[in-house]
Design a binder for this molecule. Sequence first.
Ligand code: NAP
Length: 139
Amino acid sequence: MAGEKEKVCVTGAGGFAASWVVKLLLSQDYLVHGTIRQPGDSKYDHLNKLEKASENLKLFKADLLDYESLRSAFLGCSGVFHVASPVPITTVTNPEAEVLEPAVKGTLNVLKACLEANVKRVCCCVFYSCCCEEPKLAQ
Ligand SMILES: NC(=O)c1ccc[n+]([C@@H]2O[C@H](COP(=O)([O-])OP(=O)(O)OC[C@H]3O[C@@H](n4cnc5c(N)ncnc54)[C@H](OP(=O)(O)O)[C@@H]3O)[C@@H](O)[C@H]2O)c1
């Protein structure tokens, strides 16, 4: 419909990289769906302070391993920026469960949910932490 704002979703909206994506999208007048895991946590306060957030940002509770939560967040969106990923800052005890599963299965969930929600474009911004920062995790 002419004049209607385009809706896009950013996964892991409260994270470092994703917050900048949210800020940019809001500044470009998009309606932004942001996924977060712990609604009400003060770690997301910065999102609500972004310009145009009060009218154009909607936060959804979603986990990468919870397919339905992702699908709900993506409904009505023409694009998804997939940025959410475990980014360990200390040594992890179970890399398979703590890093690889959310990163790999989570991304597959995102792609499948995008397909089902008729999302036209997906931008995957994840993986760097699995491939580069801790190369021994994959062993
Ligand atoms: N930072 C950089 O300069 C940079 C550069 C290149 C690439 N990247 C890549 O960008 C991605 C994010 O990095 P970052 O630095 O922004 O990390 P970050 O600040 O730790 O953010 C990670 C985000 O992922 C979310 N997340 C983690 N596990 C999740 C799960 N199971 N389900 C849903 N959300 C989950 C977290 O959500 P909650 O807070 O809601 O729990 C958090 O918002 C990584 O793949 C990283 O490799 C980052």
